[in-house]
Ligand binder design. Structure first.
Ligand code: MN
Ligand code: MN
Length: 474
């Protein structure tokens, strides 16, 4: 069985649409380097399209019926959207789910120190990273600092042309004999991933009259003091405020087209914002359906879907209950029936075949860049452990939908048996007894600071999501 290359299936008009869609997607990536930034963009976009905030609908005492659109944001980091269908929700809804957190370096709560004339911010990496990939590349800081009075300072430094950037140093090759003998997971240790944020001492005006105009360095930790002075003047926060900050260090710079043929996209954070963006766009494109259309974009997938904003949180179930209350269907039994009878696409990236590491994959059961949307019947590791293994009946149903809609897809596993593995949010939704399958977009060098996707896969996957929302009913 061989899969088709999607580029060969498209006509001129479709190819134009692929490029337009890729531009929109790259802009989404550029303005969404953290969960919070993604949520801001998504809320702006969906409110323009008529979505109302769930709490506002409740407060207004309004009801929901077919065609109504409603959303709920949880702690500024996760969102769920509903477009109410004609059928009762208790008969099941169609759900697209993806995550909007990505691997990065998080700044610690007591991070600022000085050593050897440099000011540093200490970090703790988030998610699975090859630490050696994060040294000597330009880095940006995005996030929030919440002060004691409840005000929030938004930080975004390193993206504009004239912004400064930050970096992690590496040992020069001339002295790296010992370092290069180390295993790759020890070459750069987690505690060595502190970012350099300054090198200039704070200068203090002398106080005695004669030398009034001269300046001298503030003695101890003068470079650190210089940075604190800038943070105070430019961002209005002080050292102690790092305690209640969420600052994420990410690769600086914009998403770029890749290849002479501009067929690919190279960018930070495509796992899993590529599935989040395509799911969102599919939601907005889908017209009135029989079954309610739903899209969940969550935080914390990269660290096990934990926490109040991760998929294991009850915020989604609670939102379903609230929405059913507004459609006049609420009962505990109806909520359970709705969740059990739903269909879900758990959308996450899948590894693309990499010819440079061919032996890491099973060539017959791996995704190829450009060959369309990817279905992973199962994920997991060591004999499918930790996986949701989708039901054959559900796969049969999905195949029929995609064939009818003319959506090009491939089936894949992450890599060679027993080489490694991964998980997604699929198993959590499957706890309700609903039909769930893993699917998404193929990515080359997944979890690296710069990940690659195919423009045509991004577009084809969005088409697949629309076909699913309009037709899934099992
Ligand atoms: Mn992912
Ligand atoms: Mn991931």
């Amino acid at each position: 069985m061989e899969y088709k290359n999607t580029w060969e299936l498209y006509d001129e008009e479709q190819l134009k649409a692929v490029d337009t869609f890729a531009q929109e997607y790259m802009e989404f990536l550029d303005h969404g380097k953290t969960e919070r930034e993604c949520i801001d963009q998504i809320v702006n976009l969906i409110e323009e399209k008529g979505y109302r905030e769930l709490d506002a609908v409740i407060a207004a005492g309004d009801k929901l019926s077919a065609g109504d659109k409603v959303y709920s944001v949880w702690m500024n980091k996760s969102i769920v959207m509903f477009q109410i269908g004609k059928d009762k929700m208790a008969d099941g809804i169609n759900i697209l789910g993806a995550h909007i957190d990505s691997p990065r370096l998080d700044i610690k709560q007591n991070p600022l120190y000085e050593d050897g004339g440099f000011a540093y911010l200490d970090t703790h990496y988030y998610g699975g990273v090859k630490k050696y990939q994060w040294v000597t590349i330009p880095l940006a800081i995005h996030g929030v600092v919440v002060k004691k009075d409840g005000t929030t300072v938004e930080i975004n430094v390193g993206e504009k042309e004239d912004d400064p950037v930050f970096f992690v140093s590496d040992l020069l090759i001339h002295l790296a004999q010992e370092q290069l003998e180390k295993k790759a997971n020890k070459v750069i240790e987690g505690e060595a991933l502190d970012i350099i944020v300054g090198n200039k001492p704070l200068l203090i005006k002398k106080t005695d009259d004669k030398e009034e105009k001269e300046e001298k360095p503030a003695e101890k930790d003068a470079v650190k003091k210089g940075i604190l002075d800038i943070l105070q003047k430019s961002y209005d926060f002080e050292e102690e405020d790092f305690i209640s900050a969420e600052l994420e260090v990410v690769p600086a710079g914009k998403a770029r087209e890749a290849g002479f043929d501009r067929s690919m996209i190279l960018s930070y954070g495509q796992d899993d914002r590529v599935c989040a963006f395509t799911s969102l766009k599919a939601m907005l494109e889908t017209g009135q359906t029989n079954r309610t259309a739903c899209c969940i974009l969550v935080d914390k997938e990269e660290i096990g879907s934990v926490g109040a904003t991760g998929m294991q949180s009850r915020f989604f179930e609670n939102a379903v209950a609230e929405v059913m209350n507004l459609t006049g269907e609420y009962s505990e039994l109806n909520v359970r029936r709705c969740l059990a009878r739903s269909c879900m696409l758990s959308s996450d990236v899948s590894s693309a075949f990499d010819p440079a590491y061919a032996s890491s994959f099973d060539k017959k059961n791996v995704a190829y860049l450009g060959s369309g949307m990817v279905f992973n019947k199962f994920t997991g590791a060591r004999g499918k452990s930790g996986s949701n293994d989708a039901n054959a009946e559900y796969l049969g149903h999905i195949r029929a939908i995609f064939e009818k809609a003319g959506v090009n897809f491939q089936t894949a596993e992450l890599g060679r048996v027993d080489l490694g593995g991964s998980g997604t949010i699929a198993y959590i939704l499957a706890l309700y007894g609903m039909n769930v399958i893993d699917c998404g977009v193929a990515v080359l060098n997944m979890h690296a600071p710069w990940e690659a996707t195919s423009k045509i896969d991004v577009y084809e996957t969005k088409r697949g999501y629309v076909a699913f929302l309009e037709n899934a009913d099992l």
